[in-house]
Design a protein around this ligand. Structure first.
Ligand code: FEO
Length: 392
């Protein structure tokens, strides 16, 4: 088995999940990896483990390098089970290993998940661990994205083991950023941020400034490729995403029962395009909400359409709005549209949700009864054009 080194004595010993397509409701079209790292010094430390069923793959990689019984420490940067699911088995394979986790939150999380009775070394801001030639430093980053989350820094190798932060769900045979198409990496990194971290955006600047004092040559996240050629690129992207920076891009997101709302969506897109605005249009029947979120991240305008069903919005639109609301999008303007049969009510319900999210509604709701006629479709084009003008 090929050994992958981040630096002399620092190995990637994780696992590649080629087949996963749904990660707790997030579509992972390119699979993922669970990255774990082995540092072989006078003392031996394993940083994070892998999802339960990938334990044999991680153990094989470790055995290529050392006898697992020689591991002195296992660092748990984060309790979530994609990184700790193998921990009970790993503790059996490494009987003398002490477990390092954040005080209180990590300790409680590991005990509650796995009923662990191994000695734990609780760490907090400023805690360090001497491995011999290296001293690891631990930096808690609570709520990025779990209460127990922390990163581990190795100053001698200038490696930041960043847990979920800066990761991407991306299964590849390559391990480093200079070996994979940068457009693919950034697409998956932005999707990861939009779906996992966006709601915690306010915590990113303090975390980044805390890390700003460290000299970082390599960022090793727990998912996807390792940033060794340009770690500043992903830190800068996180800074922009956290600030809620947008571009002149409009998203038209809708569902339709009998294609009337779809016809309206298409005409609204025409109006936006006529004004030279970048547009992405998504029918919720065809595209998963987690893919749409990637575009929400930097879109300036969200235009959401729903037919009326039972005096309210269509269920797929309600699901999308529920997901969107939880992720707390910032700096958006919005509008809503849709067709109805007899009573109406969808756009009113959509507007209420968008208002509650703090989206600035910049147009009156556009609604038409039954199938939109030519003159009504012309109004849809105008509606899109007017939104575009307000975006500029
Ligand atoms: Fe990749 Fe929050 O676990």
């Amino acid at each position: 088995m090929r050994r992958t080194q981040l630096a002399e004595g620092v190995y990637w010993v994780g696992a590649i999940d080629w087949d996963i397509r749904n990660f707790h409701g997030y579509t992972t079209n390119r699979g993922t990896t669970y990255n774990a790292f082995l540092i072989v010094d006078e003392k031996i430390a394993l940083i994070d483990t892998v999802k339960h069923q990938f334990f044999p793959e991680m153990l094989r990689r470790i055995k290529e390098i050392i006898n697992p019984e020689d591991i002195d420490y296992i660092v748990s940067n984060h309790v979530e089970m994609d990184h700790s699911g193998s921990l009970p088995m790993m503790l059996q394979a490494a009987p003398k290993a002490e477990l390092i986790t954040t005080e209180k939150r990590g300790e409680a999380g590991l005990k509650k998940h796995f009923n662990i009775d191994r000695k734990m070394i609780p760490v907090k801001e400023g805690s360090t661990l001497d491995l011999g030639k290296r001293q690891l430093a631990f930096v808690p980053i609570p709520m990025l994205h779990w209460p127990d989350s922390m990163v581990t820094y190795c100053p001698q190798d200038e490696i930041l083991f960043s847990s979920d932060a800066f990761g991407q769900h991306l299964a590849t045979s390559e391990r480093f950023d200079d070996e994979v198409d940068p457009a693919v990496i950034m697409q998956e990194a932005s999707k990861y941020y939009a779906n996992i971290l966006m709601l915690f955006g306010h915590l990113i600047p303090p975390a980044v400034s805390k890390l700003g004092g460290l000299s970082i040559k390599t960022i090793a996240p727990d998912h996807g490729i390792i940033w060794r050629s340009d770690p500043g690129k992903i830190i800068s992207a996180y800074t922009d995403w956290a600030a809620g920076k947008t571009i002149d891009k409009a998203l038209v997101v809708y569902d339709s029962m009998w294609h009337s709302t779809a016809k309206m969506a298409s005409a609204i897109v025409d109006g936006l395009l006529e004004e030279g605005i970048e547009v992405k249009s998504y029918n919720l029947t065809s595209t998963d909400k987690s893919d749409i979120m990637t575009d929400v991240l930097d879109a300036k305008a969200l235009i959401i359409g729903s037919p009326t069903l039972n005096n309210g919005m269509f269920p797929s639109v309600a699901e999308f709005l529920c997901y969107l609301k939880g992720l707390k999008p910032k700096n958006k303007i919005g509008a809503t549209f849709g067709s109805y049969g007899w009573g109406g009510g969808a756009t009113k319900a959509v507007r209420q949700e968008m208002d509650e999210m703090g989206i600035e509604m910049i147009a009156d709701d556009l609604t038409f009864k039954w199938v939109p006629e030519e003159a009504e479709l012309a109004q849809c084009v105008e509606f899109g054009g007017n939104i575009a003008k307000k975006m500029k």
